[in-house]
Design a binder for this molecule. Structure first.
Ligand SMILES: O=C(O)CC1=CCC(=O)O1
Length: 269
């Protein structure tokens, strides 16, 4: 396990492979998850690229930190971690709120970003009303009270079968996030809007979405792709909001093809 103190927050992270001699891909997890969600993608990519995983503040083994914490604060944490590790020019792959953090990082520190992989995310996610309702429910009755509704957005019915032990595990992952970190991240998502910033992205970008995503549906992700000059758009079949868990093979194939297209000949994924 690796930990760093960034902006007065203890951040849990993991580096796989040597950043010095390979393209670096950074994975940013979604609301209510920690970096273990990337495992089935990481095992497929390891050896071809260097990989940085971390738990954003308020999640996993990282601190909750000072509250409130905006998407910009999350981006500042990631910039601090990349500076600490001397990583520049990374491919940033963000899932959901991770994609908002990726867009903010690009806005603040474009020198750190070579390309963007935006998985199941958008220029703006949800409405103030929907986030306030979720925050109120969690404040009143805890994260456990929203598990069923959240899981319907995260995973397809095929994945949500009671006999699927992975499904039970991801329910545990959600309910074990710190409540204050979860609520603070809901507030940060509620207050984030990258509609104008998305139009100014000039690095290669791909927007990816599961065909049954209930949180950032395909039409929303397509709208985001259309805002970003030259962005590509890919839909993953039989998949909801978390392709790295539900369809890791398909997601990895898209990531590989994208990496090859932005740096032909640099790695042999
Ligand atoms: O919990 C959800 O509804 C899915 C989600 C929205 C933003 C995020 O990061 O995850």
């Amino acid at each position: 396990m690796q930990f760093a103190r960034i902006n007065d927050v203890t951040i849990h992270y993991q580096v796989i492979g040597a950043p010095a001699d390979r393209p670096v891909i950074v994975f940013i997890n979604s609301l209510g998850t920690d970096f273990r969600i990337w495992r089935d993608v990481v095992v497929r990519l390891a050896g071809d690229v260097a990989i940085l995983l971390y738990d954003k503040r308020g999640h996993g083994l990282s601190d909750v930190g000072q509250l409130p914490a905006s998407i910009e604060d999350h981006a500042t944490d990631l910039a601090g971690l990349l500076d600490l590790l001397s990583v520049k020019d990374a491919v940033i792959c963000g899932l959901s709120v991770g994609g908002l953090i990726a867009q903010s990082l690009y806005q603040r520190r474009p020198d750190l970003v070579r390309a963007l992989i935006l998985s199941d995310t958008a220029h703006k996610i949800g409405t103030a009303e929907s986030w306030n309702a979720r925050i109120a429910a969690v404040e009143r009755k805890g994260i456990g009270s929203i598990v069923d509704a959240v899981m319907e957005r995260w995973f397809t019915p095929a994945f949500r079968r009671p006999e699927n032990t992975a499904y039970a595990g991801y329910c545990n992952m959600l309910t074990r996030q710190p409540v204050e970190g979860y609520i603070a991240t809901c507030e940060a998502i509620r207050d984030a809007d990258f509609t104008e910033a998305a139009k100014r992205i000039t690095v290669p970008t791909i927007c990816i979405v599961g065909d049954q995503d209930g949180s950032t549906p395909p039409d929303l992700v397509l709208a985001t792709a259309k805002l970003i000059p030259g962005a590509r758009y890919e839909v993953i079949a039989d998949c909801a909001h978390i392709p790295c868990v539900e369809q890791p093979e398909a997601l990895t194939a898209i990531i590989r093809a994208f990496l090859t297209s932005i740096s032909p000949g640099e790695s042999s994924p």
